[in-house]
Design a protein around this ligand. Structure first.
Ligand code: EPU
Length: 428
């Protein structure tokens, strides 16, 4: 087990290249199950979630080649092997194996997914969708059993706008008989990316990226080649970092349109943000104004950037409020920021940040992926040395973070945990 050590207080400058989108990758890889010949996905991020999904596809009989950032999956020999335990528990997105295996084999047994603890994260809308398509579903000892004689298209209204349910229902419906209509669908760019892959595989999908998606089921899907979209959350994290400690940071391989809500808020704070076709430049930022943000479904301010943005708000002069309407408990980073001298109060689903404060280096713990990103940004802003444990969360979603930050001039490195720290981690 490792920790990150950061010597803070030094300005960052230069160019950082963004990797493929984690939240697309974790759906694109399971989607390959639906084809009957090899599918290649180019530009995958170098993150542990991708490695775990590779292993899971191999467990069910797939032949997977991962070379650098490109993965080729030959799904022809796959079988509907039950996956009640083991690696499925390590990531939230293992729930996409349900939709993909149901679509191809009409049956699946998948352990309840793991992932970051951000408050209750039910999957009732996924289940509702599968049932509407004709599947019977039971939950036995922590695993979901799905079975259908045949899948038939249906009209499904999502009671909650859910990225996962929208994609999962698409995965099951592309090989169902007849037409499926998903109403109140989520509109995130990752949904369009998955629909593009499925369309290249021969699926018939209209409306991805709007709140009504129509899918006409087909008998079979074939292999193809697909290039993943850039990770808007990784890009947003580096943009925030650029405003927090940068003296001119160019973010390369980004779709600026995916980040309009963040760009608007950063400009409101007084940050210089310039956008190009696939680049965003963040100029050195001083005398930042406080702002309020409320997380919303896309194209609103993404919940996944709420935690990193909170770190930046410590630099603004005055009181800012961050409200998370998507998750009820995505504030575990706040106690850690307080250890670093931040002046933040949590009231219900809101955090009130009083700045400016000079953060101080401290020993802190990342309890989830984006909390980890927030603490890395805070560490770079702080005076002195910050030690971040819980690095395995950060490695689930940020490709080569240490190398990318060092490339911008940061002083950050990995160190093995001491015996005492390993014991402490076990006891918390
Ligand atoms: N929800 C339900 N029922 C459901 C599904 C969701 O009540 O059946 C609720 C959730 O509890 C939450 C809200 O609906 O309050 C939105 O959840 P959604 O299903 O959209 O989230 P998700 O698909 O599980 C994805 C990302 C998250 C990101 C959210 C929101 C993946 C693998 N994960 O999760 O990413 O926060 O959408 O945008 O795509 C992250 O990258 O750090 C991360 C947590």
């Amino acid at each position: 087990m490792e920790k990150l050590k950061i010597a803070g207080g030094y300005p960052l400058k230069g160019t950082v290249r963004i990797s493929g989108a984690k939240n697309s990758a974790v759906a694109l890889i399971p989607a390959t199950i639906l084809a009957d010949s090899p599918v290649t996905i180019e530009g995958l991020p170098d993150i542990s979630d991708v490695e775990i999904l590779k292993d899971l596809l191999e467990e069910i009989g797939g032949t997977v080649r991962l070379s650098e950032n490109d993965m080729t999956v030959d799904p022809s020999a796959m079988i509907s092997m039950p996956l009640p335990n083991g690696k499925v528990k390590k990531l939230r997105a293992s729930y996409y194996l349900m939709g993909a295996m149901l679509g191809r084999f009409k049956k699946a047994v998948i352990g309840l997914p793991g992932g970051c603890h951000l408050g209750p994260r039910p999957i009732d809308q996924h289940i509702k969708g599968f049932e509407a398509l004709g599947a019977s579903i039971t939950n036995e000892q922590g695993a979901i059993y799905l079975r259908a004689d045949e899948l038939r298209g249906a009209r499904i209204y999502l009671d909650v706008v859910s990225v996962g349910a929208t994609i999962n229902i698409m995965l099951a419906a592309v090989r169902a008989k007849g037409r499926t209509i998903i109403e109140n669908a989520a509109k995130e760019p990752e949904i369009i990316d998955v629909a593009t892959l499925l369309t290249n595989m021969g699926a018939k999908i209209k409306g991805a990226g709007t709140d009504v998606i129509r899918i006409d089921g087909v008998e079979s899907l074939h292999g193809c080649q697909h290039t993943i979209i850039p990770d808007r959350i990784e890009a947003g994290t580096y943009m925030i970092l650029g405003a927090a400690v940068g003296q001119g940071v160019l973010i390369d391989n980004v779709i600026p349109h995916h980040l309009e809500s963040l760009i608007a808020k950063m400009r409101e704070m007084g940050v210089q943000v310039e956008t190009g076709d696939d680049q965003v430049f963040i100029g050195g930022a001083q005398n930042l104004k406080p702002v309020d943000i409320k997380t919303l479904v896309y194209p609103g301010f993404p919940t996944d950037l709420q935690q990193p943005f909170t770190a930046l708000l410590n630099k603004a002069s005055g009181s800012s409020m961050v409200t998370d309407t998507i998750y009820s408990a995505r504030f575990k980073h706040i106690d850690e920021l307080r250890r670093m001298n931040a002046n933040i109060k949590v009231e219900g689903r809101s955090a009130i940040i009083n700045g400016p404060v000079q953060l101080q280096g401290a020993k802190v713990k990342a309890s989830d992926l984006r909390a980890g990103a927030a603490l890395v940004i805070a560490g770079l802003m702080a005076e002195g040395i910050t030690e971040v444990t819980g690095v395995e969360h950060i490695d689930r979603g940020y490709s080569n973070i240490v190398e990318k930050l060092n490339g911008l001039g940061a002083t950050i490195w990995r160190e093995a945990l001491t015996k005492e720290e390993v014991e402490q981690m076990k006891n918390t």
